[in-house]
Structure formats: structure tokens, C-alpha cells
Design a protein around this ligand. Structure first.
Ligand SMILES: CC/C=C\C/C=C\C[C@@H](O)/C=C/C=C/C=C\[C@@H](O)CCCC(=O)O
Ligand SMILES: [Zn+2]
Length: 706
């Protein structure tokens, strides 16, 4: 389709245009614009006794701005990471901690004055010796009981967006891309994996029963893509460049589930160009991994909730593969442009999956039934923070974890689809290749994306005339694109309608049909019921019970089906689902499922208390990011030591309150904008008013004394 719907503009209020800030990363405290890391060397000892990483990070840096700005190098650190010695060009150098920020951590400032006056282009090597804290927000240290094997502990990291600073001092911004190498010392029983190429010929066993692993990542990447996993692991090759890793008892299931990986890769290459990272391995993590997948280069991290036994949830792998181009080669310059990572990746993922299904309409089907409802939910969930529903949100003082939602994924996708429909599919697919080639190894902002698009299409008036400010900055839902899904979705919708109207009495044939459906068709069936529930009210519990008798949904092993079914039942107040919901939230910690389920349990009269109790009891099962988010969702206060307290989140405890702070800051800025006063003017005004009040009070006191 090459035509643009006439009314396809965003039906939202006037956009914010004072966004000069959005080229600069506001989520880092580093001085990356003055001096920038080009190569990182990591030496780590993985200490499972203390749950810490101990060693050094060495940055080879290049001066961008000569003079005072580059007389020091400022690194991000967080979560109690403790630097104890710094060397600059091999000589011990002075350093100090800067002022801590409640969300962005503690900057560590290293003096570079010992190397004399630095000019633009000069190189300097800064090595920081440090130890992480056991509570480092990127790390989950699992005791043996939380692993499948139950015998050894396990460590994995998750650094997106700004958690890398908890495991190594760095310029923790996607604006800085660097190559990296690492030497990681682990106990003899453990395998270490990293987001890099493993140099097996350089690995060795130490006399004291430790093993040293050596890694190299020759493609420049941002800090958030540095990843580590250590555990008792086994592997299976699935093609010359793809290998699946998991705990030994899980590895066969993972090999089967991810068996199409090579095929996905080849479709992705056909849509873009040759895969740049040499290896594409997959690590299936323990159940507390907080995301579906994480696109760590050379080694995607994946949740075991994808192990449905029938490859039906492997679209997440297509997604992570797509990131090998969009996100990892071409990276958003700051988190405000995150949709350039995720919107493009959704677009590529859906193109790959449509090719796998051999039917282009699967692109529309996935977008309409899995993408769009998710976008609607995210926008509704952010009703008190509409700014976070803009394609390019303002993240000043905002924790990116608090801003995370489907918006960059699905609103970003919708924009790309809109552009594709204007210029036509062949031309847009050609543009995609051009754009990725142009920005590979670099980072990109929305302004660059727009100008590249307009240049490529020779300033086609249909593109030039788009309301770009609105597209980037207006909150809320974009106009829903027209999708061609009737043929593929109608059986699911018809059956859902019959159940919703009820009300039992369905032909046995209809039920047989359901049992034979694909996971996607079942998901559409349940999505449609969820939608009806929202618009027209919940389904009667006896009808849900009847449905469960026919389709055995409560015992479904497919996490996507189980999730939608559990939500449907919770919204109906069905008591029979509570135990199953609690089992779901305590057996895995993927936030996509865990957060909405806890929220729904907490919202319901029947399960509020048990939701709180279950979360408190199981808090340490979750990855720190998930723990922080669920705690905030349930109105609990999470202290830096991991303890939980009831009551509203407060600005003095750290962790969960970051979102509140973000919201407070946002409120303030909106207020300033409404008055159209610069921040400085408000500060002066505030001081003036305070001074007047003080003078007034003193006068009153004096008057009274007289
Ligand atoms: C506008 C938002 C700004 C910044 C957000 C950036 C990162 C947010 C941070 O919370 C990390 C996100 C990591 C996501 C990893 C994988 C997702 O694709 C998983 C999606 C959900 C799932 O399938 O479980
Ligand atoms: Zn993604």
C-alpha cells in the first residue's frame, strides 16, 4: 500500500518545541563530549563468595575538546561500586567522587593534569581499580537453589539502559561506542559467557582451580551492551555460526526451541546486509531474567518463558537478531531516541516473521493483534505521565527504567509503517538498507533520521509535509493504521465473539478447531476477549470456567497464552485463577508478565493482601530491576539493601522512588513551560519571594517585641 490515509495525523495537543537538549544525553554524569572512550579492557574476578566483581576497567580515551573540559575524565558509577585506585598512562593519579545523583549514581572524576595539556585527538589511558557491590543493579547473583541444576550459583548481568555503571566505571551513554576486550576469572566448574568473541586459545586453567576466559569485541558498542553470564552451562551447535547455551538440564529444550535461528538470520541478512558480528549465540537464562530477550552482541540473552515446546514464541529471537543491525550497529544517540532502536527492530522482526510464515499478511496480523493492543495499554498506563508517551520523551532526571514501555516499540513501528505506506514497500525497504549502512558503527538522533529520510527521497513533499514536531513530541496514540488482517484473524474473532456473547452451547467442532489453532490465533482470541472486557465489562466467571474446561487454559505451558488467560480471569474476579497467577509470578520474573500480573492481583479485592505478601516473600527471586519496578507498582519502598517497607515510595531510600522523582521533575518542568519562564527566572523569583517572606517575618517579630 503506497497511500497515506488522509487523516493520519496524531490527534494530540500542540507539541513541545523547546527540545534543544535532545542531542545531549541527560542520563549520564560523564563528560563524554570532552573526552571519549574508544576501547575498554576489563579484568574481572567473579567472586561467588562475596557476590562481587573485582578487578579493573581500563579506558583508552581520545580528547574531543582540548583545554579545561578534558583536564579530567568523569566516569559514571552506581550501586555502591567502589573505586580504590586510578592510573593514568600507567602512573597513579588522583581521583574523587562527585556529587551523587539519586537516579544516575556517583560520578568519579579522574584528574588528567599529570599528563600535561591535552590537545584534540590526544589519547590517554585511564585504568580504574574497583570492586562492585553485591547489590549492583545490573547483576543478579543466584544461589544454587534458584538454578535448574540446584548445585552451583549463577550470575548474569542486564545493563540496558543505565546499569552498566554498576559493574564498571564508564561513560554510560549510548552516545559513546567502544570496542572491548575482557579477561574473566571464574571458579573451575563455571563457564563464562560475554557479549563478544571468545578467544579459546588464550583461555587457561589456573593452578588454584580457577579458569580464565578471554573475550574480544572488535565492533564498537555502547556500554549497555557489555554483558556477562557465569554458571554451569552446556551448549549445542545449531549452525556453523549459531550455538545455544543453557544449564545442562535445559539445553536440549533450548536447542529445539531456537532451532530456526540460522533461518531467521538469513532472512534478516536478506532484508539488510551481511551479519557483522561473526557469531550469533543464544543463552537461555534462569527464569528470573527480566526481559524476553536482550540483544547482547554475539550472544543474545533469552528468557526460558520462550520454551513453549513448539517454537511458537521464537519471534523474540527474530527481534533480537534484528537488533544486530538496528540498535547494535545503528544505535540511538540517547535514550530519548530509543524508538530508533526499537521501532526499527519491530519493523524488521515483523518482516522476518512474515517471511518465515511465507505470508506478508503476518506482518499486519502481528502488528494489529500483538503490537497495537500493547501500545494502547502502555499509553493508558502512563495516563499520569503523558510526556512519556511521546516518541521522543524528555528524560531529564528520569530513570529510563521508569520510562520503559511499548511506546518506543509500537509507536516507533507505527511511524515507520506510515512512512512505508507513503513511499511504497520496495522503496522503503531500500531506504532501510541505506539508512542502516549509513549509520552502522555510529549513533543516530531523530533529526538525523529525518534528514536522511528526506534526502534519500529527494524531499518528496509527502514526507516533507508530515507534522514532524507532532510526530516526535506529541503524547498519546497515533492514528491506528489500517491493517489487512481479516482473513487471518476472523476465526479467532468469531469464536471470541461467541464466547463473549455466551455463552456456552458452542458446537463441539468450534472447540476442536481451537485446540488445533496456532499460538498466534489463540493469542488473538484472548486479546479480543481482553479488549471486550475493557470496553464492555468482564466475562461471567462460570463462562470462564466453561472455557477452561474446554481449552485447559489454566494449565497452558505457553507463557503468552497463560498470561492473557490469567489477566482475563483476574479482571473477571475469578477466584479459581489466583493460585495459578501466584504460581506464574513466582516461577518466572519476566517483567512483561510479572508486573501486570502483580498489578492486577493488587488491584483486585480478592488478592491484594496475598499479592503483597507473595512479593515480599519472593523479592529476592527477582532481578534487581524487576524488584525495583514491582515494588514501586505495589507502593512499597525498596531500600538500597534490598529490604522492603510498606507505604508510599519516598525520595530518601533510592531504587524504587526514582520514578517518583522523575515524575516530580516532569511536573515541575510542565509548570515552568506553562508559565513560559526559564528555569533561572523561576529560581530568582523563588529566592526573591523567600527573601520577602523572611524580611516580612523578621518585621512581624520585631513589631511584636515592641
Ligand atoms: C523512552 C524510553 C527510554 C529509555 C528506555 C531504555 C531502556 C529501558 C530499560 O528499562 C531496558 C530495557 C530493556 C529491554 C530489553 C528487551 C526488551 O525488548 C524486552 C521487551 C519485553 C519482553 O519481551 O519481555
Ligand atoms: Zn528490542
Amino acid at each position: 500500500m503506497a497511500n497515506e490515509p488522509a487523516s493520519a495525523s496524531l490527534h494530540s495537543p500542540a507539541p513541545v518545541t523547546d527540545r534543544a537538549s535532545n542531542e545531549k544525553d541527560l542520563n549520564t554524569l560523564s563528560n563524554y563530549e570532552a573526552i571519549k572512550s574508544q576501547h575498554l579492557r576489563l579484568h574481572w574476578n567473579v567472586d561467588f563468595e562475596e557476590n562481587v566483581l573485582e578487578g579493573w576497567a581500563e579506558h583508552t580515551m581520545v580528547v574531543l575538546e582540548p583545554g579545561a573540559p578534558a583536564s579530567r575524565a568523569i566516569f559514571d558509577t552506581s550501586s555502591g561500586l567502589r573505586v580504590h585506585k586510578v592510573e593514568v598512562n600507567g602512573l597513579e593519579a588522583s581521583f574523587h567522587k562527585g556529587v551523587s545523583h539519586p537516579v544516575f549514581g556517583t560520578p568519579v572524576e579522574v584528574s588528567l593534569t599529570t599528563v600535561g595539556l591535552l590537545s584534540k585527538g590526544d589519547e590517554v589511558v585511564v585504568r580504574l581499580h574497583y570492586v562492585t557491590a553485591p547489590t549492583a543493579s545490573a547483576c543478579q547473583w543466584l544461589p544454587p537453589a534458584q538454578t535448574a541444576g540446584q548445585k552451583f550459583p549463577y550470575l548474569f548481568t542486564q545493563s540496558q539502559a543505565i546499569h552498566a555503571r554498576s559493574i564498571f566505571p564508564c561513560q554510560d551513554t549510548p552516545a559513546v561506542k567502544m570496542t572491548y576486550s575482557a579477561r574473566v576469572r571464574v571458579p573451575h566448574w563455571a563457564t563464562a559467557l560475554m557479549s563478544a568473541l571468545r578467544l579459546e586459545d588464550m583461555e587457561f586453567m589456573e593452578g588454584d582451580g580457577h579458569r580464565m576466559y578471554v573475550w574480544d569485541q572488535p565492533v564498537p558498542i555502547p556500554s549497555y551492551l557489555v554483558a556477562l553470564a557465569v554458571g554451569e552451562l552446556d551448549s549445542r551447535d545449531i549452525s556453523p555460526r549459531c550455538r545455544v547455551w543453557a544449564e545442562p538440564s535445559v539445553v536440549e529444550a533450548a536447542r529445539f526451541e531456537f532451532g530456526q535461528t540460522e533461518e531467521f538470520l538469513q532472512h534478516a541478512e536478506a532484508l539488510t546486509f551481511e551479519y557483522a558480528w561473526k557469531r550469533y549465540d543464544l543463552l537461555c537464562l534462569p527464569p528470573s531474567f527480566p526481559y524476553g530477550g536482550m540483544e547482547n552482541p554475539c550472544l543474545t540473552f533469552a528468557t526460558p518463558t520462550l520454551l513453549a515446546g513448539d517454537r511458537s514464541l521464537a519471534d523474540v529471537v527474530a527481534h533480537e537478531i534484528a537488533h544486530s543491525w538496528t540498535g547494535n550497529l545503528v544505535t540511538n544517540t540517547t535514550w530519548e531516541h530509543f524508538y530508533l532502536n526499537e521501532g526499527w527492530t519491530m519493523w524488521l522482526q515483523r518482516k522476518i516473521m512474515a517471511r518465515i510464515h511465507g505470508d506478508p499478511l503476518f506482518f499486519d496480523l502481528d502488528a494489529e493483534w500483538l503490537g497495537w493492543p500493547h501500545l494502547e495499554e502502555s499509553i493508558a498506563a502512563f495516563k499520569d505521565h503523558p510526556g512519556l508517551t511521546a516518541l521522543v520523551p524528555d528524560l531529564k532526571d528520569v530513570d529510563p527504567d521508569d520510562a520503559f514501555s511499548s511506546v518506543p516499540y509500537e509507536k516507533g513501528f507505527t511511524l515507520l509503517l506510515r512512512l512505508e505506506r507513503i513511499v511504497g514497500t520496495p522503496a522503503f525497504e531500500k531506504f532501510a538498507k541505506h539508512y542502516i549502512r549509513l549509520y552502522k558503527y555510529k549513533t543516530v538522533t531523530s533529526a538525523q533520521f529525518k534528514s536522511t529520510l528526506l534526502e534519500h527521497f529527494e524531499h518528496d513533499p509527502r514526507l516533507v509535509c508530515l507534522p514532524w514536531d507532532e510526530i516526535f513530541y506529541a503524547p498519546g496514540l497515533p492514528l491506528k493504521p489500517a491493517y489487512d488482517t481479516a482473513r487471518l484473524s476472523s476465526p479467532s474473532l468469531a469464536l471470541a465473539d461467541a464466547w463473549y456473547k455466551n455463552k456456552g452451547g458452542l458446537e463441539a467442532e468450534a472447540h476442536k478447531e481451537f485446540m488445533a489453532w496456532s499460538t498466534l490465533q489463540k493469542q488473538i482470541f484472548l486479546e479480543s476477549l481482553l479488549k471486550r472486557t475493557e470496553a464492555e465489562g468482564p466475562m461471567p466467571v462460570p463462562v470462564l470456567e466453561a472455557m477452561d474446561r474446554e481449552y485447559r487454559l489454566t494449565s497452558s505451558k505457553n507463557a503468552e497464552i497463560r498470561f492473557r488467560w490469567t489477566m482475563l480471569c483476574l479482571r473477571a474476579g475469578a477466584k479459581f485463577i489466583v493460585a495459578n497467577a501466584l504460581d506464574f509470578v513466582t516461577s518466572q520474573g519476566r517483567m512483561k508478565f510479572t508486573r501486570p500480573l502483580y498489578k492486577e492481583l493488587y488491584k483486585s479485592k480478592m488478592a491484594k493482601a496475598v499479592a503483597l505478601e507473595t512479593f515480599k516473600k519472593n523479592a529476592m527471586f527477582y532481578h534487581p530491576i524487576c524488584r525495583k519496578m514491582v515494588a514501586a507498582d505495589l507502593g512499597l519502598c525498596l531500600a538500597p539493601d534490598g529490604s522492603l517497607e510498606e507505604g508510599p515510595t519516598s525520595g530518601v531510600k533510592g531504587g524504587a522512588w526514582a520514578g517518583d522523582l522523575g515524575a516530580r521533575q516532569k511536573g515541575k518542568r510542565t509548570w515552568l513551560r506553562a508559565l513560559r519562564l526559564p528555569r533561572e527566572a523561576v529560581i530568582v523569583l523563588g529566592l526573591g519571594v523567600t527573601a520577602m517572606l523572611v524580611v516580612g517575618a523578621v518585621t512581624v517579630v520585631r513589631h511584636k517585641r515592641k
